[in-house]
Design a protein. Structure first.
Length: 333
């Protein structure tokens, strides 16, 4: 029986396929499904089955899930459309008679009030209503939501947000992917609910301090009223509705709703999760290496030495009207 991974053309899904291959799952037993199969052509070359799906096209889902023992449903990336899309996938999985459907939900889905959680909560309800055996991977925030913004943080000398002193249990996509693979490879997972997040939660002030330490500069956290932070995100080019959802997620962090204390992630992957400090240092090092090679890598357009970076005077006042490239927000969650 095959294991189908939806979203395999995306960042998390690809890492899940790689994790399954690392665990010696035969390539031919893995189905990498997504819209744009060009992104998984290399996996096809390695013997992984690839199948085109669109969550809006039930027939494509039925074709992809035919003969599957297990399906990993990775949540789609189009907020507002996901309940219908996920329902289509659940229906197709039921029609195909899959033995287990595993869904990447959101941390604390059973009690969070974050707007972003609504589609995940509706999907969990749809899974219950389906009668299918299912397992929930309630993923916390990605560390990459932050490390992908190092350039922005350094340009402004600031991390912006509305999370106050709230702590977030973020972890890398790679760690969430290894956990997903572990669940897919275990027996008797029906009914399991995993609350997944990093081992050491952090505040955005602590994040700013680590970014500053990695760059040898002063970076501070500036807590903004949620309306102002929303304006910053809109100024950065995010659609208003999505900017509001992201800013609302920071309020969720302030309320502790992206805090995870279960230890499930490190237990599933068999080692401590990659920490925020490790991720920041790794991201900074890779970007700095890029700078030395002359790339426009987020540490500035001009190649500069670490000493010059340290001399650069930080700008601590965020510019709400900065263009999108200057103040990027995280991707849809
Ligand atoms: N926990 C967090 O912090 C966080 C952050 C961001 C996102 N997320 C959630 O986690 C998911 C995976 O994250 P990621 O980083 O891997 O996102 P990603 O790189 O944007 O990948 C999204 C995947 O969803 C697929 N997809 C989107 N719409 C689809 C549709 N209509 N039909 C079929 N496939 C569709 C994409 O396929 P194509 O590329 O082939 O179009 C892609 O494979 C996201 O989709 C989002 O729901 C969580």
């Amino acid at each position: 029986m095959t294991i189908v991974v939806t979203g395999a053309t995306g960042q998390l899904g690809r890492l899940v396929v790689e994790a399954l291959l690392d665990q010696n799952v035969p390539a031919g037993r893995i189905v990498a499904a997504g819209r744009d199969l060009a992104k998984v052509a290399d996996l096809a070359d390695r013997g992984v089955q690839v199948r085109q799906i669109d969550f809006q096209d039930p027939a494509s889902l039925r074709r992809a899930f035919a003969g599957a023992g297990k399906v990993l449903l990775i949540s789609g990336s189009e907020p507002g459309k996901r309940v219908e899309q996920h329902q289509n996938a659940i229906t197709a999985a039921k029609d195909a008679g899959v033995g287990l459907i595993t869904y990447t939900s959101i941390a604390n889905a059973d009690h969070t009030d974050m707007q972003l959680a609504a589609e995940h909560q509706a999907t969990e309800e749809a899974l219950v209503a389906s009668g299918l055996p299912f397992a929930l991977l309630r993923n916390g925030w990605y560390l990459e939501n932050y490390t992908d913004q190092l350039r922005t943080y350094l340009e402004h000398g600031a991390v912006l947000g509305s999370a106050g002193d709230g702590r977030v249990s973020a972890a890398t996509r790679a760690d969430y992917a290894r956990a997903a693979a572990a669940v897919l490879l275990r027996d008797d997972q029906a009914g399991k609910v995993y609350e997944l997040g990093g081992d050491t939660p952090f505040t955005l002030s602590e994040l700013a301090a680590e970014v500053g330490a990695a760059a040898g500069r002063t970076v501070t956290y500036q807590d903004l009223p949620v309306g102002q932070y929303t304006e910053v995100l809109v100024g950065a080019g995010l659609p208003a509705g999505y900017a509001a959802i992201l800013a609302d997620s920071d309020l969720g962090i302030a309320r502790g709703e992206l805090l995870v204390t279960s230890g499930d992630l490190s237990a599933l992957i068999g080692r401590p999760a990659t920490s925020m400090r490790e991720a920041v240092v790794a991201a900074a090092a890779s970007r700095h290496e890029g700078t030395v090679q002359g790339a426009d890598d987020g540490w500035g357009r001009e190649p500069r030495s670490q000493r010059a970076l340290k001399r650069r005077r930080p700008r601590l006042t965020p510019d709400p009207h900065a263009p999108a490239s200057k103040v990027a927000g995280p991707t849809p969650c």
